[in-house]
Design a protein around this ligand. Sequence first.
Ligand SMILES: CC(C)(COP(=O)(O)OP(=O)(O)OC[C@H]1O[C@@H](n2cnc3c(N)ncnc32)[C@H](O)[C@@H]1OP(=O)(O)O)[C@@H](O)C(=O)NCCC(=O)NCCS
Length: 157
Amino acid sequence: MSAAVVISRCSDTAQFAAILALVHDAFGRLTPPSGALNETVDDVAARFTAGPVLIAEAEGELVGSLYCVLKGDGLYLTRMAVRPDRQKQGIGRALLMAAEAEARALGAQKLTLRVRVNLPENRAFFERAGFRVTGQGQDPGRPPYEAMERPLTDFAP
Ligand SMILES: CC(C)(COP(=O)(O)OP(=O)(O)OC[C@H]1O[C@@H](n2cnc3c(N)ncnc32)[C@H](O)[C@@H]1OP(=O)(O)O)[C@@H](O)C(=O)NCCC(=O)NCCS
């Protein structure tokens, strides 16, 4: 990853609109369309209230984001987004590493997420990052998904 990319926890509500635009940009190419495209700044605010919102910035521009929320003993990750012109540069992996630090700080024992069954490249990406499939499911009117998780790498009970 470029040394110029900095990952941090969002602490400025003025960034919500930029985060929303980034998520819309990153998820705008999925078929069928992602529910992310229906979300508004209020939804970003709700994510922010629920748990850490991680952001990646390069030279003052937002290039990545990831919503995290504690669910049981796992930190659940959702809407991971990297600006299309900055993908495949290690920003996604860097967001995952930051999420692991958040998970540890919150006392979680694992990272959890869902990937659409019709996006095998996403599943492969997370498998290469150490996640494994733990189940399947489908919400009404939405594409089927696989649940994935990864224990914290040096978790000690
Ligand atoms: C999924 C997503 C978040 C991944 O982000 P990313 O920043 O592209 O991820 P990374 O760059 O860390 O890794 C992607 C690949 O690029 C490779 N890569 C990393 N740095 C690289 C570099 N400097 N040069 C070339 N390749 C590189 C990684 O090894 C990885 O390869 P792999 O998939 O074979 O393991 C991004 O593609 C995205 O926003 N997609 C649209 C939204 C989406 O589907 N989100 C996930 C929902 S589950």
